[in-house]
Design a protein around this ligand. Structure first.
Ligand code: COA
Length: 327
């Protein structure tokens, strides 16, 4: 195993207070709690208020991560925000978050859009920039207001998603045995049309309510590719790092569907209790999914010092990736 160059110093997460249950959804579209639970494992999701934007969710998660790390916004010189639902097309969500948090102006701030794999992309980019020696402390945030881009008349998609944010503070690893051991990222643009917003969230050419400005998905194809890509990415990083699956203490998968997580557990031949799952309470929060789960897992005492933790994700693009950490 190589010496890690970066380490996660603190984590935080935040979800809007409004809970939307499956029964609530069944009053909006032709669905049922039974259908949603058995096909996805989702029981409820959080929905942001009209004035609550992705940067507002991100600011709370970021503050909690900074507190957890024992740092202040003044200590940050790199802010990378993973999102595909920024407050507005321009400037970036990171610019807005920088201002709200009070991160110094002499810091690099930008967004990354890799959909549900966004947090892993942002983590890898931030880690590489810190490893270069040109940045000291990074704040990596995954934040999404998916309720703004789902089609609330489409029962095949609107039941799956929710709003939320998660964050992690990254710094140079001062201990040779702790930190990010490796990260593998991938993308298959040939399947881009399987999960997309064709017209863009705020395309002025599309009439209000038109489906081209809403999320569209071919669910069955996505399901199969999600299982295949996450399984392969997990295997690839384990092989690259010379780690056996049974040495992993906890897998934190992207929280899209309980059945996808179960299938990966089966392929990796790992027991279900080795996987952290909160999809039942949040649904799919895209780039926020892994950092929320990581924060919850830590706070629940599921990750101890020295544990090997595997993060693995999949999303529109089609993007996929995995990261291996020694905690
Ligand atoms: N409530 C009730 N019925 C629904 C429904 C809903 N919310 N959504 C779809 N259905 C119906 C379909 O219309 C279909 O009816 P039909 O057989 O009469 O045509 C039936 O349920 C089965 O639909 P199907 O798409 O085959 O279901 P599925 O078992 O594949 O489950 C998903 C659908 C979306 C849950 C599943 O394909 C999935 O999770 N895919 C991956 C999605 C994902 O994770 N995306 C994000 C990746 S980051």
């Amino acid at each position: 195993m190589p010496t890690p160059s970066t380490v996660i110093l603190g984590t935080g997460s935040f979800a809007p207070s409004r809970i939307m249950t499956n029964d609530d959804l069944s009053r909006i579209v032709d669905t049922s709690d039974e259908w949603i639970r058995t096909r996805t494992g989702i029981r409820e999701r959080r929905i942001a208020g009209p004035s609550e934007k992705a940067s507002d969710l991100g600011v709370e998660a970021a503050r909690r991560a900074l507190t957890d790390a024992g740092l202040t916004p003044a200590d940050i010189d790199l802010l990378v925000v993973a999102t595909f639902t920024p407050d507005q097309p321009l400037p970036s969500c990171a610019s807005l978050l920088q201002k709200k948090l009070g991160i110094p102006t002499r810091s690099a701030c930008f967004d990354v859009n890799a959909a549900c794999t966004g947090f892993l992309y942002a983590l890898d980019v931030a880690s590489a920039m810190i490893a270069s020696g040109r940045y000291r402390r990074a704040l990596v945030v995954g934040t999404e207001k998916l309720s703004e881009v789902v089609d609330w008349e489409d029962r095949t998609t609107c039941v799956l998603f929710g709003d939320g944010a998660g964050a992690a503070v990254i710094g140079a690893s001062e201990e040779p045995d702790r930190g990010l051991l490796g990260c593998l990222l991938g993308c298959d643009g040939s399947s881009a049309d399987l999960l997309c917003i064709p017209g863009g969230p705020r395309d002025p050419a599309s009439p209000p309510g038109a489906r081209s400005d809403r999320l569209q998905m071919k669910g069955r194809e996505i399901f199969k590719l999600a299982v295949r890509c996450m399984d392969e990415s997990a295997r690839d990083i384990l092989e690259q790092q010379h780690v056996r699956a049974d040495q992993i203490s906890l897998v934190i998968p992207h929280q899209a569907n309980q059945r996808i997580i179960d299938a990966i557990a089966e392929y990796l031949e790992l027991p279900a209790d080795r996987f952290f799952v909160n999809v039942d309470r949040f649904g799919n929060t895209s780039a926020a999914s892994i950092p929320i789960a990581l924060d919850e897992a830590r706070r629940a005492g599921r990750i101890k010092r020295g544990d090997l933790v595997l993060l693995v994700a999949f999303g529109a693009g089609l993007t996929y990736g995995s990261a291996l950490l020694r905690w």
